[in-house]
Design a protein around this ligand. Structure first.
Ligand code: FNR
Length: 362
């Protein structure tokens, strides 16, 4: 059965990002749905990311002055209208024919920085040509270090404003894969020398004997990457205070508390559970972003209260892309911002810096 066309107008029953799921599912084939919504192992961490927000209760405060309220923040020298960014997700063309171009247009219209995946289906230069785009580039330190190094000036020349180094998926082949249709692939990685994937299946050598593991990056590679560029570099995948401290010591400029949406190591805590002790050790030395399970503006509030400066959303905007294209992505960002504002009003917070931990109780 051919997928149904994307929504030409957004129906009124879509009142929160999660409402996009059923509309998206009708428009996606089974494999793409499973790849997008799935997690590693039994999906415990993927579920926990979202569910852990439910256990955090909010404190209402009455009658406070909101006349000058706003959601602005400063991040790496730029003023953002709100603390919502789009997380890097591979292969947007699996979900919409315009792929990353549609996402970038929506992000630009709503003032949300977009982190472009190194496994995007469009050239990073073409994505950057979207008017008003504020883009960061996500990369892995690939076994082909020379190729990795060459991506950095390329992203810089295209106008990308920060690098996001994803470090929690060193053996990429372990991730639940998807067979990409012919003609669709990671165009920005064309020409890269890659090692054979390892699926951990019988007949393959033990994972520890594979070249992939031997070539996986270490902290020494962070120092190497740091020396390649003056762009801010954020480390994505941080889940412990120890790794947070090491990243700062290595000269990195920001952290993304993330467990890859629960797609790598099933059994990890939710990111919102990992955040407080990380925020404590970081002590505002560098910005902290968080992703994983953010589905409501109230979740953004909880993350900010527990020490994040901003959040990224992943599956929430991809479902909207699949259902309604660029207008859907824009709508999700708008809804989350509106929900965040409503939460700030009800809790008496006129600015993001007033969102403090005592407003959230377990
Ligand atoms: C991802 N994620 C991801 N991360 C990354 O650094 N590079 C990538 O290419 C991808 N690709 C990707 C594909 C799909 C289908 C998913 C669901 C996720 C992880 C992503 O950036 C982010 O960490 C999570 O999606 C955040 O969790 P939520 O918001 O999806 O719950």
């Amino acid at each position: 059965m051919a997928p149904r066309a994307v929504l030409s107008r957004i129906p009124p029953e879509i009142a929160t990002p999660a409402d996009y799921a059923s509309f998206a599912r009708e428009r996606m084939d089974e494999a793409a749905w499973a790849w997008l919504t799935g997690g590693a192992g039994d999906g415990r961490t993927a579920r926990r990311n979202a569910e852990a927000f439910d256990d955090l209760l909010l404190t209402a405060r009455l009658l406070r002055d909101m006349s000058a309220a706003h959601t602005r923040l400063e991040l790496f020298g730029r003023t953002l209208d709100h603390p919502i960014l789009l997380a890097p997700i591979a292969n947007h063309m699996l979900f919409h024919p315009d792929g990353e171009l549609a996402t970038a247009a929506a992000a630009a219209a709503l003032g949300a920085p977009m982190v472009v995946s190194s496994q995007a289906n469009h050239r990073i230069e073409d994505i950057a040509a979207q008017p008003g785009a504020h883009l960061w580039f996500q990369l892995y330190i690939q076994p082909d270090r020379e190729f990795t190094a060459a991506l950095v000036p390329r992203a810089e020349a295209a106008g990308y404003q920060a690098l996001v180094l994803t470090a929690d998926a060193p053996v990429g082949a372990l991730r639940a894969g998807i067979a990409l249709p012919a003609g669709l692939g990671p165009v920005n990685l064309a020409g890269m020398r890659s090692l054979p994937p390892h699926h951990g299946t019988p007949g393959q050598p033990p994972l520890f004997d594979s070249d992939l593991v031997a070539a996986a990056p270490t902290w020494a590679d962070i120092v190497w990457l740091r020396g390649l560029t003056r762009l801010p570099i954020l480390l994505k995948g941080v889940m412990t205070p120890d790794d947070a401290a090491r990243a700062i010591d290595a000269g990195l400029d920001g952290l993304i508390v993330s467990n890859h949406g629960g797609r790598i190591l099933d059994g990890q805590p939710a990111t919102i559970e990992a955040l407080p002790t990380i925020a404590e050790i970081v002590a505002k030395r560098v910005p902290i972003l968080l992703d994983g399970g953010v589905r409501r503006g109230g979740d953004i509030f909880r993350a900010l209260a527990l020490g994040a400066d901003a959040v990224l959303i992943g599956r929430a905007y991809m479902l909207a892309l699949a259902a309604a294209g660029a207008p859907g992505v824009a709508h999700v960002i708008h809804l989350l911002r509106a929900e965040l504002e409503a939460t700030m009003i009800a809790t008496g917070c006129a600015t993001l810096s007033e969102i403090e931990s005592f407003l959230v109780q377990r």
